[in-house]
Write a protein that binds this ligand. Structure first.
Ligand SMILES: Cc1ncc(COP(=O)(O)O)c(C=O)c1O
Length: 412
């Protein structure tokens, strides 16, 4: 267990008197790697970029066509509505019913966000303040920790790689912490570890939420990227979930619309209302042409989403088998866009940041060091399967060369 409130206040790194909340943010651990990646690119050196879950494939042409058409209508260039237009919220509600059997009222149980990250951050701002504590999964996707920190809340990060143990640690923390945690954040399929769960996990979580009085936020960003028949469960499909929590989904991953910035928060009416209140002050909603194209995407592009998941599965298999042949310890995830790989033994002592720098510097392959996801991530790398299979094979060859690891048949 780690307590992020113990992060020391840094001396002000700015030349102006910024707010204390900014000083609570630690140095950005991906900074060194991003700088080297940028320098290589500027020098015209090819980098195979497995650093971020940022899809490289274009969305379904149908979505782009609708967007192009919507751009021609002057009405779509005005401010939209902060909550998202009604037909978009209705479509989100229809999709939840079709996919998960969950009934949501588009009026007060669905809100559109400028990407789920924006929605999540503002939800934390709406719910958390000084003295409030959130439990978040560890290793941690940075925004899960820092949106709580920016809202002046405290963070308790619990290892999520054994989900049953995570639940018992949540219960233990609730028994022993005073005041009790206000929010528990979950994220399955998990970024970065790709840990997955079944619905019974959420049944237990709802029970705990009711017993200890915390709110649940489920980050369901990788809902649409599942493999070999695995269907990631929605938190909202759990009986009682709407009483205690909400769920964020996004069009960034499954629909390859990351740059469009569109996601959703659905669930508990009061949580949705709290987010809507903050958003009402902060923004005027997503560009309306994007909202219209997103409606069409949800209505007509399900097949494209499914075939993209099959593509990711093939990439997963290429990278997993390639790395296993080099002797790496890495499992094929059931869902999500990441491999969570243990640093191979000869390099384990080097630490994940230096090893990732070596792969980038000598091999031209960018990956994320596990340490960037908190101390629990040390000893691991996160590799995003966002490049095509040919580029992934090329990445394995480059890694083999710069680590001087000979490919062997798996199982020998
Ligand atoms: C777990 C998780 N949540 C949220 C996001 C952000 O998604 P969006 O593009 O909807 O802001 C990401 C993106 O990498 C993610 O991995």
């Amino acid at each position: 267990m780690r307590n992020e409130s113990e992060i020391p206040f840094e001396d002000n790194p700015f030349k102006i008197p910024v707010a204390d909340r900014l000083k609570r943010l630690p140095p950005y651990l991906f900074g060194k790697i991003n700088k080297l990646k940028y320098q290589k690119r500027v020098a015209g050196i090819d980098v195979i970029d497995l650093g971020m879950g940022n899809p490289t494939d274009a969305p379904d042409p149908l979505i782009i066509e609708k967007m192009t058409e919507a751009l021609q209508d002057p009405r779509n260039h005005r401010y939209s509505v902060a909550n998202g237009i009604y037909n978009l919220r209705k479509e989100v509600s229809a999709r939840y019913f079709k996919k998960y059997g969950v009934r949501l009222d588009p009026n007060d149980e669905v809100i559109a966000c400028i990407g789920s990250k924006e929605g999540f951050s503002h939800m934390c701002l709406a719910l958390m303040g000084p003295g409030d504590t959130a439990i978040v999964p560890a290793p941690s996707f940075p925004i899960h920790v820092y949106s709580v920190v920016l809202a002046s809340g405290n963070v308790i990060a619990l290892d999520v790689r054994d989900p049953a143990k995570f639940l018992s640690n949540v219960a233990y923390t609730c028994e022993h912490l005073f005041p009790k945690p206000k929010v528990v954040l979950v994220n399955f399929p998990h970024n970065p570890s790709s840990t997955c769960i079944e619905q019974d996990f959420y049944v237990e979580l709802v029970k705990l939420a009711k017993k200890y009085g915390f709110l649940v936020i489920s980050d369901f960003a990788y809902a649409d990227v599942c493999y070999e028949g695995y269907k990631a469960p929605s938190f909202l499909a759990t009986p009682g979930a709407l009483d205690v929590g909400c769920e964020f989904t996004t069009m960034s991953k499954g629909y390859s619309m990351a740059g469009w910035r569109i996601g959703f928060c659905c669930g508990n009416k009061e949580m949705v209302r709290a987010l809507a209140t903050i958003k009402g002050y902060y923004d005027y909603g997503i560009f309306q042409a994007i909202q219209i194209a997103a409606i069409v995407a949800m209505r007509h592009s399900e097949a494209a989403v499914e075939s993209m998941a099959v593509e990711y599965q093939q990439r997963r298999d290429v990278l997993v088998s390639g790395l296993q042949r080099l002797g790496w310890e890495v499992e094929a995830p059931k869902a999500g866009m990441f491999l969570w790989a243990k640093i191979p033994e000869p390099y384990a002592k080097m630490g994940s940041i230096d090893f990732a720098m070596k792969l980038l510097d000598e091999g031209g392959v960018a990956v994320s060091p596990g340490r960037g996801f908190g101390p629990e991530g040390e000893g691991y790398l996160r590799l995003a399967i966002v490049e095509n299979s040919q580029r992934l094979r090329q990445a394995v060859r480059a890694i083999a060369k710069c680590t001087k690891q000979e490919p062997v048949a798996v199982g020998t």
